[in-house]
Design a protein around this ligand. Sequence first.
Ligand SMILES: Cc1cc2nc3c(=O)[nH]c(=O)nc-3n(C[C@H](O)[C@H](O)[C@H](O)COP(=O)(O)OP(=O)(O)OC[C@H]3O[C@@H](n4cnc5c(N)ncnc54)[C@H](O)[C@@H]3O)c2cc1C
Length: 386
Amino acid sequence: MSTAPAARRVAVLGGGILGVSTAVHLLREGASVVLVTEADLASGASGRSLSWLNSAGERPTPYHRLRLAGIDRYRTLFAADPTRDWLRFDGGLHWAGTGSDEDTVARHEYETAHAYDSVLVAPATVGDHTPGISPEAVGAVAIFNPGEGWVSLPHLIEFLMGEFTARGGELVTNAGAARVLVEHGRAAGVATAAGAVAADAVVVACGPQTPAVVAELGVEIPDASPVSMLVTTAPVEHPVRAVLNTPRAAVRPNPGNTLALDHDWYEESITQDADGTYSIPEEVVDELAAEAAALLEGRPHLTAASWKIGRKPIPGDGEPVLGELDTVPGCFVAFTHSGATLGLIAGELLAGEIMTGRRHPMLETFRPGRFAVRASAEAGRWTSGS
Ligand SMILES: Cc1cc2nc3c(=O)[nH]c(=O)nc-3n(C[C@H](O)[C@H](O)[C@H](O)COP(=O)(O)OP(=O)(O)OC[C@H]3O[C@@H](n4cnc5c(N)ncnc54)[C@H](O)[C@@H]3O)c2cc1C
């Protein structure tokens, strides 16, 4: 960690939730901030995310604790105005595939063992917990997690950008692929086709492009980002309030009486075109909409109004990558799966580190340097064994 004095001017690369959140938290702490992004705000994963706010299932304790802190920050935002139609806390409903009831029960037991709010639900009583679900669709046993919620990231980004502008942040959109400038071994700003922007510190929050951006600095961050799709339905009358995670469709309410849908069973049907964009046969999109409709009471007809395809950021070891690069002081990275759940807390903790120079203990296991340490340990094993 650098012992340099607190940075005053910070360049943030990437206009997704992690870049925008970090930028706003930096402004709150008194930095001057320039936010530079390739295309429009929310044009990456944040513009096509299911954005279920959760720490369901099993994961290492530090990651679980960070996600709970992430949910805590959303709850604070929610409490400030519970009428927002883009941030809700109406719970999550999960069940596994046929014959996997033991997995569902084991997941529930794991969740309750560390006091994550988790209720086992039989199909006939699902309506006592959350409305709008067809009991016939529910597996023999389901889990209702009352403390979970969802956010629409494009709405959140727009909301945060109101504060960004009010606090004097400078926004550069359509900058093309920018890169980090290094001078005397330290991050010194960013370079775009239009020229250089000098800064005391740089944040790389480029979603799935983050490993490529830091690779230019000689830093390796393993990347496991798959291609994924989010479908948004046409407006439909529905009483659904919870986020549904089921064997063939994930569903969440979305502003404007629409629903957001995703899953992973169709990933192999996605192809990349010569211009780098992705496509999927329309019948696969319709199949996902039909799978989602089958979960809902009265089986309403769901029409896919739009679908967006692109890479979902996932680091190679599945854990968040948050913090300063050991080999390029002044360059900070924010690259994570579950970036919706972590969006507010990751921005807050990174901004604190940048402005104070003090490492936050909750980010300790998520440092980018862990990959270099592992690589050199593996190289050492190989050498000693050869
Ligand atoms: C289908 C799907 C479902 C998901 N479900 C959930 C969920 O249920 N819960 C959850 O917590 N998370 C979920 N996620 C993950 C979450 O949405 C992402 O982790 C989060 O949106 C990532 O935000 P980001 O700011 O890191 O990246 P992005 O939103 O991708 O933003 C990065 C930005 O950087 C820009 N950029 C890239 N390279 C450069 C460059 N060189 N110079 C300048 N700009 C650049 C891009 O154009 C982009 O706008 C899901 C994601 C997807 C795609």
